[in-house]
Design a protein around this ligand. Structure first.
Ligand code: 5GP
Length: 197
């Protein structure tokens, strides 16, 4: 598997970062195809609504960049940064807003764009926080949905892929700040984070 992964990405990704992965979960092509579909679906659902897409930093940056370029309609983009994990691989449940929106969302059609919904604690907090700001509508679009790990029921309106209950990295998702630049999504070998704990 690793050899296939390295061959598929041999120009840039041989050795180094990919040695820390046990498998590729989603290839670059699979991600591109699904993100294109999601973008077209959102564009159709938000005709003449001038939606505001709110990317949750840092993990959503490649996803929202690709998503908005697949949406052929007028829209705006803003970002929030929240912290829930620190350096660890299991949720603390404590959510802090590190960067708030630049714009008011009152009366706007808001789409929250998340990299992954895991326990649901971050999204639950964000959803309740944004709801109090009285948007016209509030929906959630997540690239990955790790349903088995849920501790809080949250509604994810647009899902890219269902994700197994493993720690994944790549395409924006990190471990200790690394791996965000992988163009595909893979499963991090548990030895990598156990070693660091
Ligand atoms: P939740 O609050 O739903 O447990 O977690 C949300 C955040 O935790 C995500 O936005 C992401 O930053 C991080 N997270 C959850 N699962 C994973 C994972 O498998 N890999 C990585 N890299 N981050 C994750």
């Amino acid at each position: 598997m690793l050899r296939a992964m390295n061959e598929a990405n041999s120009d840039v990704w041989t050795g180094g970062l990919t040695n820390d992965l046990s498998q590729v979960l989603l290839s670059e092509a699979q991600i591109a195809a699904r993100v294109g579909q999601l973008g077209r679906q959102l564009a159709a659902d938000y005709v003449e609504k001038d939606p505001l897409l709110v990317g949750i930093l840092s993990g959503s940056f490649p996803f929202i960049a690709d998503l908005v370029r697949a949406m052929n309609l007028a829209l705006e983009v803003d970002f929030m940064a929240v912290s829930s994990y620190g350096d660890r691989t299991s949720s603390s449940g404590v959510v802090r807003i590190l960067k708030d929106l630049n714009t008011s969302i009152a009366g706007r059609h808001v789409i929250v764009v998340e990299d992954i919904v895991d326990t649901g604690l971050t999204l639950h907090y964000l959803y309740e926080n944004l709801r109090t700001r009285q948007p016209a509508s509030l929906k959630v679009c997540a690239l990955l949905d790790k349903r088995e790990a849920r501790k809080r029921e949250v509604e994810v309106d647009y899902v890219g892929f269902h994700c197994p209950n493993e720690f994944v990295v790549g395409y924006g998702l990190d471990y200790r700040g690394r791996y965000r630049n992988l163009p595909f999504i893979g499963v991090l070998r548990p030895e990598v984070y156990r070693k660091a704990e």
